[in-house]
Write a protein that binds this ligand. Structure first.
Ligand code: GLA
Ligand code: ZN
Length: 703
């Protein structure tokens, strides 16, 4: 074991180096390419394990995520650890130039563990304990589960934590879900005691006098359940926070186990972007590297490639901002071809695999990893896409697509891309706790306030114009990041001093966009008394008075830039104090009242959009704001702007810009480049007209 002991410095310096935007691994400049590898399913087939190495080299794979669900092979019975097979695999990969991101196996427990210690299995909201089944079916609170995970994690770290072939830890897999067992219920009450101190304080913050739901003893507090209490919004919110806290704690526990085993390698866990169950922001102080699993539903007939491209970009930018320094992140999973969990498993059309992969890189990923390397023969994922199918050959369209991406990543690595940063001048606020609160609220529109979609509208308007954006939550710093423009739609719930941060931002010269349904409740979902948007009325120069909800299909509108803009869903009526009215409602009893307003505040400007506008308006609006705020587009100056469905995003390193130009249309597009560029991959000079193939992707640098 001591044979490969070495200094932490040799493995890239761990977290500290990552935070400076340094390459993720000690071999320096290479982007990672590979994926989830499950040799534990093939241990009786050495011929297949040998073929894997050969095929990986042909696909230019340099990194695999290993042993994610291998607990039963690593500890077939309690305390009987069998790591030799893993050592052989890791060593063999390494001898062939392939590195390992080693997983801890806590994502799925072996049957013996569930049988010996039933408390490790989850209990559902109906208070019924699950049987042994599936994965991600364990209680994060259970001391037994924590202990068993600790034991195996620590041993894995002792054995492999300094193996020269191992570059990082993949803690568990897609943490998620919740458990309602007695241990969790008790822990929840403990968490609440710590938060509120007294029941009087809890009752007050939860407004528990309503319907006579005040608690007179801590034992009366139960986790929310459809069968029980679920109308106390403070309770529901606190439960979700508690679930996040327990999960973060579990993740930190795994990290500590790995550290206790002696490994200093960076740790990550694979996120699921807009997964509703967790506030990922709370992992910021635990993880060294952010990674996530991206499965965009390309080619769905009900959504254009342009919109899907923008949505996927939104997710990438949100995930990047889960790292405190917005460091390069890892695309930990993506499918090389199809998924198998959707209504229809759509093949990627020619070009889409490279486009989708390079899009992640464009938004700051230093890897393209797949689920999965080789298709298993059984189990529920045997028909899920893989680099190597059941035919076992390289002679497939999927394999060729993957090898092409490997080739392209190698070229980008050679050009020094890895470690480069995305540093936008604009930010869009999307906050998970605000999303939770809006989802619980009864009224003003129970057919949908559509918070994520509304925020996305603002993001997309920037994306379509080649302006990169961070997607931040209320806890992120807004100062000293060079933001010139912040879009903060529907900040219904305020927390983490967001009003003060936005005020300071505008005072200091920033441009802020706020909307209807903002500043209504405190962090525990208690309505604010007094004028709203709470704490920001002077910043926006207005106070809200009433809000009118529209049924699906109902529209109001306003005149803008010589055209008409439609609004839907919610129309807020506001009374300006110092704000000037830029547009007024065209219909209903509030026709003529302000809907778009602008207020000069301090050295900056705050805009307020009182209703949900259409995307054409947002495009025109943000085009103007970008000009006003001096935001440079990645490919600025194209006559007529970027074509529809084409994005341009920027990564930078040592004063050098890498511009990704991506075409999400199923047809080629041609446009005029504003100045000469060089294609980084081919070295070719580009000037004048540039044609992008259908789903084409080019990476340029200015010359
Ligand atoms: C998730 C999981 C993988 C696999 C894929 C299938 O991302 O982490 O183990 O199940 O989905 O798409
Ligand atoms: Zn539990």
């Amino acid at each position: 074991m001591g044979a490969y002991r070495k200094k932490a410095a040799e493995v890239g310096g761990g977290a500290a180096a990552l935070r400076d935007g340094a390459p993720l691994w000690r071999d320096g400049a290479a982007l990672l390419h590979g994926g989830d590898y499950n040799p534990d399913q093939w241990l009786d087939r050495p011929d297949i394990l040998a073929a894997d190495i050969d095929l990986m080299k042909r696909a230019k794979v340099n990194c695999v995520s290993l042993a994610i669900f291998a607990w039963a092979a690593l500890e077939p019975s309690e305390g009987d650890y069998r790591f030799d097979w893993l050592e052989e695999i890791i060593g063999n990969l390494h001898r062939n130039g392939i590195f390992t991101i080693l997983a801890t196996p806590s994502g799925a427990r072996p049957a013996w563990l569930a049988r010996a210690y039933p408390e490790v299995l989850r209990v559902g909201p109906g208070l019924e304990r699950n049987l042994m089944e599936g994965r991600h079916n364990h209680c994060y609170t259970s001391p037994v589960y924590r202990e068993k995970v600790w034991q195996i994690d620590k041993r894995l770290s002792e054995r492999f934590g300094e193996h020269p072939g191992v570059i990082a830890w993949h803690l568990s897999n897609e943490y998620g879900g919740e458990c309602f067992c007695p241990l969790c219920q008790e822990a929840f009450r403990g968490w609440l005691k710590e938060k509120y101190g007294t029941l009087t304080a809890l009752n007050a913050e939860w407004w528990a006098a309503f319907w006579s739901h005040s608690y007179s003893a801590w034992e009366q507090v139960e986790a929310p359940s459809r069968r029980g209490e679920h109308n106390v919004h403070g309770l529901v919110l606190d439960w979700k926070r508690f679930v996040t806290q327990k999960t973060v704690e579990f993740c930190a526990h795994e990290k500590t186990a790995v550290r206790a085993g002696g490994s200093t390698l960076p740790v990550t866990t694979n996120f699921m972007s807009f997964y509703e169950g967790l506030n990922y922001g709370k992992f910021r102080n635990v993880l060294d590297v952010v990674s996530w699993d991206s499965y965009p539903e390309w080619h769905r007939p009900d959504m254009s490639g342009a919109r899907r491209g923008a949505l996927t970009a939104f997710a990438h930018d949100y995930m990047r901002c889960m790292h405190p320094e917005r460091a390069p992140w890892l695309l930990m999973e993506s499918t090389p071809s199809v998924v198998n969990w959707n209504g229809a498993s759509k093949l990627k059309r020619p070009g889409m695999h490279a486009l989708s992969s390079l899009q992640a890189v464009a938004h700051g990923a230093d890897s393209v990893q797949y689920f999965q390397w080789r298709k298993g023969r059984g189990g529920s994922e045997k028909l899920h896409g893989a680099v190597v199918g059941h035919d076992g050959t390289a002679d497939t369209r999927v394999f060729r697509d993957v090898a092409e991406v490997g080739q392209r990543l190698a070229a980008l690595s050679a050009a020094g891309l890895s470690g480069s940063l995305v540093r936008p001048q604009a930010a869009v606020i999307f906050d998970q706790e605000n999303r939770w609160a809006l989802a619980e609220a009864k009224g003003p529109r129970n057919t949908g306030t559509n918070y994520p979609d509304a925020v996305f509208g603002h993001y997309r308007a920037l994306w379509a114009q080649g302006a990169s954006a961070d997607v931040v939550d209320m806890e992120c710093p807004l100062k000293d990041r060079g933001y010139k423009l912040i879009a903060a739609p529907m900040l219904y719930l305020q927390r983490a001093g967001i009003a003060e941060k936005l005020r300071a931002f505008v005072e200091g010269g920033g441009t802020l966009v706020g909307t209807y349904l903002s500043g209504l409740v405190n962090e525990n979902d208690l309505c604010r008394l007094g004028k709203t948007p709470h704490g920001l009325t002077d910043v926006f120069g207005l106070a809200t008075e009433e809000i009118d909800a529209l049924w699906d299909g109902e529209r109001n509108g306003f005149a803008w830039g010589g055209g008409e803009c439609e609004v839907r869903e919610l129309c807020e009526l506001v009374r300006p104090t110092t704000a000037e009215t830029l547009a007024a409602y065209r219909a209903d009893f509030y026709a003529g009242k302000p809907v778009v307003l602008r207020n000069r505040f301090g050295k900056g400007t705050a805009y307020f959009i009182a209703a949900r506008p259409d995307e054409a308006f947002l495009a025109a609006f943000y085009r103007e704001l970008m000009r006003e705020a001096g935001i440079a587009a990645a490919l600025g100056g194209i006559p007529g702007g970027l074509p529809e469905g084409v994005s341009a995003t920027l990564r930078e390193k040592d004063g050098r810009a890498f511009i990704f130009v991506l075409n999400f249309n199923e047809t080629p597009v041609t446009f005029t480049l504003p100045r000469p560029y060089q294609d980084i991959e081919t070295g070719a000079g580009l000037a004048g007209q540039l044609t992008l193939d259908a789903y084409g992707a080019r990476v340029l640098t200015e010359v």
